[in-house]
Design a protein around this ligand. Structure first.
Ligand code: INI
Length: 158
C-alpha cells in the first residue's frame, strides 16, 4: 500500500488573511509586516483579502488573535511582533504570555495562527530577522500561514 501523503500548497489565491502587527518596536515590525504582505501577494493573495490590524504591543496579541480567529472570516491569522530583552525582566513576561496565548488560540479555534514574533536579546538581532542577514520572519510566517490554510482546507475536505 502506498503512503498517503497530505500537505498544504503555497497558493493563496481566494484565501483571506489577517495580519496582527504591534506598534511596539515598529521599526522592526513594519518590516515584518512588509515581508508578510510580500509573501501573500507573491503566492496570489489579492490585496482585498488582506486585513492588517495594528495593536499596541505583543502582550495584546492573544486577545486580538482570538477575536479574529473566532470571527471565522479568515483562513489564517499571522501574528507579528518583536520582544527585545534589553535590561528588564519585562521581556520574559511579555514574550512568555504572547507565545502561550497565541498557542492556545491556535490549538483551540481551529484556525491556523502563524507565530511571527521575534524574541531577541538585542535590536541588532531583531533587525537581522526583519529583512537583513537572517531573512524576514514576517515573510516566513506568512508562507506558513498559506501552507497551513491550504492544509486545513484539505483535511476538512474542502
Ligand atoms: N511589547 C512588545 O511588543 N515588545 C517589547 O519588547 C515590549 N517590552 O519590552 O516592553 C513590549 N511591551 C509592551 C506590552 O506588549 C504591552 O503593550 C503593554 O504592557 C501594555 O499592555
Amino acid at each position: 500500500m502506498p503512503i498517503t501523503k497530505i500537505e498544504g500548497n503555497l497558493e493563496a489565491r481566494g484565501l483571506r488573511f489577517a495580519i496582527v502587527v504591534t506598534r511596539f518596536n515598529s521599526i522592526i515590525t513594519d518590516r515584518l509586516a512588509a515581508g508578510a504582505v510580500d509573501a501573500l501577494k507573491r503566492t496570489g493573495c489579492a490585496e482585498d483579502d488582506i486585513t492588517m490590524v495594528h495593536i499596541p504591543g505583543s502582550w495584546e496579541l492573544p486577545i486580538v488573535t482570538r477575536e479574529l480567529a473566532e470571527s471565522k472570516k479568515y483562513d489564517a491569522v499571522i501574528c507579528l511582533g518583536a520582544v527585545i530583552r534589553g535590561d528588564t525582566p519585562h521581556f520574559d513576561y511579555v514574550a512568555g504570555e504572547a507565545a502561550k496565548g497565541i498557542g492556545q488560540v491556535a490549538a483551540q479555534c481551529g484556525v491556523p495562527v502563524a507565530f511571527g514574533v521575534l524574541t531577541t536579546n538585542t535590536v541588532e538581532q531583531a533587525i537581522d530577522r526583519a529583512g537583513a542577514k537572517s531573512g524576514n520572519k514576517g515573510f516566513d510566517a506568512a508562507m506558513t500561514a498559506v501552507e497551513m490554510a491550504n492544509l486545513m482546507r484539505k483535511l476538512r475536505g474542502k
